[in-house]
Write a protein that binds this ligand. Sequence first.
Ligand code: SAM
Length: 211
Amino acid sequence: MNYIKERNELIITLKNKGITSEKVLNAIAKVPREIFVTDKYIDKAYDDISLPLFLNQTISQPYTVAKMTELLDTFANCEVLEIGTGSGYQACILAELGCNVFSIERISELNAYARIRIEKLGYNIQLKVGDGTLGWNNTKKFDRIIITAAAPAIPETLLSILKPNGILVIPVGNRDKQEMTKIIKTETNNLTIEKHNFFKFVPLIGKEGWK
Ligand code: SAM
């Protein structure tokens, strides 16, 4: 099964929900979501819903992936840090957009699950197991940072590794609902904050997340 019809219908759904970026819609039209969902849910791969992976984790709803990617406003060859690799789907959308993607996941089984799928599709994405609230390593800074798990507050470390003119997108709130928050760091390192609607994510667990 090639899922072309289902993927096209998903694009129409995303447009109807307000996604306007053609490049984001094109990336979603290209990356096969059926590869990233578990066998049990393959018939729902193009429904606009989040789906269970394992170990209580999820692959995000396509609308959420599209909205966060649109807010991230990427450019060719920008360096993007993703916290919460999960299935690897969001990372592949960013790679499809021409970003250099670094993605970190705290659960090693999910890192392995994502790695197999990313390699199968041929994307060049750096993957790592660890606590993403602490960044990639001690020194590396990024043009864009996307956190795909629910944070109680914006991790200070992640703000510190965002380059000038950088953008960080993160859902912030309590365990039940989070406000999608976009932080723009100016050339002179000032921060502007935008809030966009409420979502529900699994928790960001780590030193600068939930305990
Ligand atoms: N982006 C994923 C995708 O495309 O499938 C969905 C991510 S899922 C909603 C959130 C992920 O964040 C989970 O896999 C969870 O294990 C991971 N996570 C939670 N806290 C983390 C942390 N401190 N560092 C790295 N990953 C974390």
